[in-house]
Each structure stands twice: as structure tokens, then as C-alpha cells.
Design a protein. Sequence first.
Length: 214
Amino acid sequence: MAMMLWDYADADTSMQGIVVPGDTVPTMFWNAVIQRGDKVALRQKALGVWRPVTWREFGAAAREVGLGFITIGLVPGEVVSILPVSMGKPGYETMTGTKLIMEKLNQVIMDSESYGVPHSSPEGYRITAYYAQRLTWSGEYFHAVPWADAAHGNSNVSHGCTGLSDANAQWLYDFTLVGDPAEFTGSTFPVQAYQTFGCWTYSWQEWQALGALI
């Protein structure tokens, strides 16, 4: 039995029917690296330009990170760092569930008018956010929020993003890669597959049910 690496809920119908064998996500990933090699796995924006990343490059990056962990003596399950954050306040709760880092932007303009809230509103804003890492299409990010440093680790004050100090946001930005999963808990508002790179929003049983058998 082999499962699809991509499920049929994915909007990119060109990927349907491409089957990669494996009974776990890591196995499927490494089989895709072997089988797809120089085909494009994803595109990452750098300095405003979308750059293709091949499966071979994706695998090399994953291997480099894993070997780096081993080199510095880390073992599976070990905590690398604890970073105080502030997430969405009541009415703007950060979604629960597993989201993938979709793109990394050294800085991005965030504007409440993009979703209909004028700057004159008490909830209006227009800011430049640094060390920004997109988590959902609707606009949840990791990013630096130095003006809310007093709230990090003790209260939620954002409009849905996960805010960190400048130093911690930079550390996380340098530590992560596009495609890394980020797991969120604590709200009753679950993320849906269409709102992020959706594969990690499913349980393994749900993922298997979405697959194609050969």
C-alpha cells in the first residue's frame, strides 16, 4: 500500500495522482526527495522574488538541520529554547492546530484596512513587522512586536499573530525553514486545511483516508 504525499483537498489539482510510497510522513518525504530530485517542491520568497526549491534542496536542508542538532548534542524530544510570546486577544484568537511556515519576510507591512478595519478604529493599525513568518493565508504570522514586550509570556494582546521580542523573533526566524510545522493550542478556533499548507491539519488516520491506494 502507498499513500499520496498530497491530499485531494489541495487546491493544486496538477499534483493529484502523483503517488509517493510510505507509511509515515517522514518516510514519504524522503521517498519524495529520492523520486522527485530536481523537481520543484516549493517556492520561497526572498527579497520579493519567489525562488524555487527542489526536492533535493529541501532534503539537503532537512538533513543539515538534523545533523546540526546531532552535532550540538540534542536528542529527540529535547527542548531547544523557550520563547515568551503574546497571541490573539479575545475576538482575535490565534487559531489552534498545526500550521506550516509558508514564507519568511524580513519585513512586511500589516494593515487593518486589508480586512476592512479603518485606521481610525480602536482596532485599526498599520505597522511594519520585522522577522515575519507567515502561518496562514488569512494573515497569522510570527513576528517581532517590541512595543508589546511587557505582554510576552503573560497576556494575549495581538490581532491573531504570535508576537515576540526583537531578539527572539530574529532567533526564531534564523532557526526555522519554510515548511516547518508550528503547533498551537489554547483556543477553540481550529485552523482549517485551506488556511495553511494543510497536510499537518489532519490526524494520520484522516491523512490516510484522503490518500490514493495503489
